[in-house]
Design a protein around this ligand. Structure first.
Ligand code: AMP
Ligand code: MG
Length: 429
């Protein structure tokens, strides 16, 4: 049963059935992008708090500008200057004006702002040689409210500004700051413990003995965890024995999810499944996809954040560096998003003209690394050279994955294909 190859959708559903939305936490607003708001945010203030000027100019009574034109300026006495951050102690009365800077509160008595360009400010500024301007000529009629930003125009006191469930982006950080908030309640980021397996692996920064390779999966996977909002916890490298694996996994039993890389194929030393069976339960093994068929999932006995015993989801990714990354995108990313309280996790996809041929020999869903470009309003997808599951540079060159469905034996150059985009960049836009 556990060895039966299942569809991607079924595997996703089974995995997501074992992950729950995490609890909430208060974080500094600058740490919150990518997290989901865990409460409604209402404003306790008006933003802006006072009527203020949208222009540098003169705060006046609109009645005083009637009939004003280039040929017949209306002369007003200038009684004060007010800058942003200050409140004028003066009131604008008929025949007077207050010089005002952008963002400064509108003085009492004024109902409009005439921008400098519609006054003779420039001609008057030079001769005063730094002394305050005492009189100004208004050169345009100005209606009530022009260039005035109303109190509460952006946000009204007492209203709902950001709803629970909103994914925080830089704009939301700005909105929270405009309300004066330092912290915000969000769904926690999942801690994802990552364990590499393989006697052949050497940690980066160390010399490379004969027969060994550097452990790259831990780092590509940790970078993906971070990219999608989780907190990676690196558990290091386990040898290809059950005991070594169990021992290393022990350090991760309070994580929200465990990810192992490698050791899930049919080989003599592929012990992840045995460990899952021994320390927990296997839910599935092998998924109808390429790369990534030998994917294992189950739960392992661990503890939740309160210390209570709980089955921790363990995703056993295949060891080939490309397979690890592709299966992460398809399975680990949705799990992380679900734990973070996000409601959707589809990557953007485009329809593109394929420029190479991609074959599908055994009825699995193929994900072929590709470079998508937009030319003359049409997307084109080019395969990034060798599709060996160990050729990580082909992943580095790619910005998308061309999908060949299970029931399609081949997609040829010129065919329209669906491409799951891993990134958007200049060539795509
Ligand atoms: P496995 O699934 O353990 O048989 O691994 C498949 C292939 O991926 C082998 O060639 C491994 O050497 C390689 N591999 C496994 N784990 C890693 C890793 N952490 N970093 C780089 N390559 C790996
Ligand atoms: Mg291995």
């Amino acid at each position: 049963m556990t060895g039966t190859m299942i569809s991607i959708e079924e595997a996703q559903e089974r995995l997501l059935g074992f992950v729950d939305v995490l609890g909430k936490e208060e974080v500094p607003i600058l740490d919150s992008p990518g997290q989901v708001l865990a409460e409604d945010v209402c404003s306790e203030i008006d933003v802006p708090p006072l009527d203020n000027s949208a222009m540098d100019g003169y705060a006046v009574r609109s009645g005083d500008t009637e009939g004003a034109s280039q040929g017949s300026p209306r002369l007003l006495r200038v009684i004060d200057t007010v800058a942003a951050g200050y409140v004028s102690g003066q009131k604008v009365t008929p025949g007077t004006a207050i010089r005002i800077m952008t963002g400064a509160p509108i003085p009492g008595g004024a109902d409009t702002v005439v921008q400098f360009e519609n006054t003779d400010e420039v001609q008057r500024r030079e001769p005063t040689a730094g002394k305050p301007i005492t009189e100004i000529g208004i050169l345009h009629e100005t209606e009530v409210g022009l260039n005035v930003r109303r109190a509460g125009e952006d946000i009204r006191k007492g209203t709902l500004v950001l709803a629970e469930g909103t994914v925080i982006r830089p704009a939301e950080v700005g909105v929270l700051a405009s309300l004066g908030k330092t912290h915000v309640a969000v769904i926690s980021r999942p801690v994802v413990a990552i364990l590499a397996t393989g006697d052949e692996l050497v940690e980066i920064g160390q010399p490379l003995p004969a027969g060994k390779i550097y452990n790259s999966n831990t780092y590509s996977v940790a970078a993906l965890v971070r990219r999608y909002g989780g907190i990676p916890r690196i558990l290091g490298i386990a040898l290809d024995t059950e005991d070594s694996l169990v021992e290393a996994l022990r350090q991760g039993l309070d994580a929200d999810m465990l990810i192992t890389c490698g050791g899930v194929s049919m080989g003599d030393y592929d012990v992840v499944k045995d460990v899952l069976a021994r320390e927990g339960e296997i839910n599935f093994w092998t998924v109808r996809m390429k790369p990534g068929k030998p994917l294992a999932f189950g739960t392992i006995k661990g503890r939740d954040r309160t210390g209570a015993s709980k089955g921790i989801p363990l995703l056993g990714l295949p060891g080939n560096p490309v397979s690890s990354m592709v299966t992460f995108e398809i399975f680990a990313r949705p799990a992380i998003f679900k734990m973070m309280g996000r409601k959707s996790w589809d990557k953007p996809a485009v329809e593109a003209v394929l420029e190479d041929t991609v074959t599908n020999r055994d009825g699995r869903r193929v994900f072929a690394r590709a470079i998508v470009e937009k030319r003359d309003g049409q997307y084109f997808a080019r395969i990034t050279g060798s599709q060996g599951s160990g050729v990580l540079t082909s992943m580095s060159l790619a910005n998308g994955l061309v999908i060949v469905p299970e029931d399609t034996a081949e997609k040829q150059a010129g065919d329209i294909v669906r491409v799951m985009m891993l990134d958007w960049n200049e060539e795509v836009v």
